[in-house]
Write a protein that binds this ligand. Sequence first.
Ligand code: MN
Length: 200
Amino acid sequence: MSFQLPNLAYNFDALEPHFDSKTMQIHHGKHHAGYTNKLNSAIEGTDLEGKSIEDILKTLDMSNAAVRNNGGGYFNHCLFWEVIGPNYGGKPMGALADAIDKSFGSFDEFKTVFSAAAATRFGSGWAWLCADSEGGLEVCSTPNQDNPLMPGECGKTPILGLDVWEHAYYLNYQNRRPDYIKAFFSIINWDAVTAKYNKA
Ligand code: MN
């Protein structure tokens, strides 16, 4: 049983004007599809075949570049598509809102910390909001397609992630990564993030 490219829960043009249709199409249909296919090739016939993607990443041999890059790319993009959507944005409610206030002081302060992590990640990578099993929250960032589950990273559960590779924004925003980060906050699906928080 190999990994499958997930279908999006919305159309490619549904996130306009924040994320443009062409970028969404290439990002999902080319980049994410590529990570998925290469991950399947990399694990075929190895003892990783049949394991969950979370198990593969948590126990990863970091010198295995094919699984590190493509397994990370597969997982990261699956999460990314889930935590954005049309007609979202705004702020979280309930337990997640309380945890954000407790960990960062306020939602605006969280937004500042997360945006800085995304803006200052040099080159390609991701910014994350992670939860621990006690409900605590932490912002971190990882290079390339690494993620918080991998050995040597924070080891907490990622509940929100932002792709800051140029392929995620260059067509629409060129070098203006801060504008892309701002746009991301207009389409965050806080219901999906809250569901991940409650599970973590
Ligand atoms: Mn990407």
